[in-house]
Design a protein. Structure first.
Length: 449
């Protein structure tokens, strides 16, 4: 859910003005947070204003008319700011519908990748933002960069400024870019984030390209099968039935099914639509996502591939953020959230971390009770013994990245082989059905009945 910014004004018990901002998904949530702050710091709330987008039209001192959009807490605030810039305000109007779509995945990856490259060249981050705001094509990403630049120049902490944009950038990306300025190795964290996003995008595209052709083929096959059984086959078999000719068992059952479909096709499609809609709704829910992620990694062949991909992402994020100082519970949580699997995330947060915190178990011992592969555990154990856990995590991530890339090709070939087998079986079924119908040899007396 989008996080919105609200500004509150109040009066303290000493009569001093109080002003601040809160971030909340709705106005009611913002009022609750402001009320809590008022009780804690003993001030009376006078107003709460939401930062909204205004469309403006101004005349530059050179006579040129300029139109644009800007976020502000009120029309008066924006008018004052534009006037101070020497612009003649002609029109300011609040946008009634403020919908902002998420930036395309490709534009977001380009933003993080270019930021990483520019930071390696030792450019200040504000200059990086100023350069990139003119290069990105996505309007929503342009607005995100402008908001980030304005918040950072206004003195807001980087982590707070980025987390404010998590609904646009994604929680993991916003967190990683937010903490980059606090670690002293901004370029490394930006590089790791860019690599993570590129890897994730590459894997999604590979799976989609591998599945598109089989799915389309299966849909066309099902449609052709239904059309033949429901429409074409009864036209032929029905002729023999009208003359009272005894039909073979398979032909008789297929014809009965076709008649049943004629009488109940509306109910069939209604029930099928309800079932499909229900299943889709369930798998979009929190419980459905958790259950699908839990059993997805247990699917033969492809499940192991997905499991290793999740562990690869965990290890890569862990390697970037791990400090070796022992204060790494938050690092493990973030790496678990970044893994992309809710079941793995749940197991790490409810088994691994509690063992470390409550029972005092070391990292590897706690991981053994979680969802890590034996190879990953062996690498972490080796790193723990040599005092180089970070390098072991990075090695594990690189190994699984190379392995999943190689195995993905064979998985795609297996999927295509399975689809070809299904098509072959379907054609065999139709051939047998047609052959049975062709073997009917009615006599002349059958047609005279």
């Amino acid at each position: 859910m989008a996080v919105k910014e609200y500004r509150f004004n109040g009066i303290s018990q000493a009569g001093q003005p109080v002003q601040g901002t809160v971030f909340a998904p709705s106005s009611s949530a913002a009022r609750k947070r402001v009320t809590s702050l008022a009780e804690r710091h003993s001030f009376v709330t006078e107003s709460i204003e939401q930062r909204q987008t205004y469309a403006y039209k101004v005349r530059h001192f050179n006579g040129k008319v300029i139109e644009g959009e800007q976020k502000a807490f009120s029309e008066a605030e924006l008018r004052t700011a534009l006037t101070k810039m020497g612009l003649e305000v002609q029109k300011i109007q609040k946008k009634l519908f403020e919908y902002q779509s998420k930036p395309p995945e490709g534009d977001l990856i380009m933003f993080v990748r270019l930021s990483s490259n520019l930071l390696k060249e030792k450019l200040p981050f504000d200059e990086v933002l100023n350069l990139l705001v003119n290069d990105v094509s996505s309007k929503s990403l342009k607005q995100v960069i402008r908001d980030l630049n304005a918040d950072l120049k206004g003195g807001m902490e980087a982590q707070q400024a980025f987390m404010k944009q998590q609904h646009m950038l994604g929680k993991f990306t916003a967190y990683m870019l937010g903490i980059a300025s606090q670690t002293g190795n901004m370029s490394e964290i930006y590089e790791a984030t860019a690599r993570f996003l590129e890897r994730q995008s590459e894997f999604k595209k590979s799976i989609k390209s591998a599945m598109i052709t089989p799915v389309i083929t299966l849909l066309v096959l099902v449609a052709a099968f239904v059309f033949y059984v429901w429409y074409i086959f009864p036209q032929t078999a029905g002729l023999f039935e009208n003359f009272g000719i005894d039909l073979p068992p398979m032909t008789k059952k297929t014809l009965a099914f076709s008649k049943w479909m004629d009488s109940n096709w509306g109910y069939v499609f209604l029930v099928a639509g309800a079932v499909i809609g229900g299943v889709m709704s369930y798998f979009k829910s929190a419980k459905g996502v958790f259950m699908s992620h839990r059993y997805m990694i247990r699917i033969p062949i492809i499940g192991g591939l997905l499991h290793k991909l999740n562990i690869e992402i965990f290890c890569r994020v862990f390697a970037v953020l791990y400090s070796g100082s022992g204060e790494n519970i938050s690092v493990i949580k973030i790496a678990a959230e970044a893994s992309g699997n809710k079941y793995i995330e749940h197991r790490i947060k409810t088994v691994t971390i509690p063992m470390m915190v409550a029972q005092g178990a070391d990292l590897v011992k706690a991981m053994e009770a979680g969802v890590f592969t034996s190879m990953a555990l062996a690498r972490f154990r080796s790193g723990s013994e040599t005092g180089n856990v970070r390098a072991s995590a990075r090695q594990m991530a690189d190994y699984y990245e190379n392995e999943t890339k190689l195995k993905l090709t064979s998985v795609v070939e297996m999927i295509q082989t399975a689809v070809a087998l299904i098509i072959t079986l379907a054609i065999m079924g139709l051939t047998i059905l047609s052959s049975e119908l062709a073997m009917i040899s009615p006599s002349a007396s059958d047609f005279m009945k």
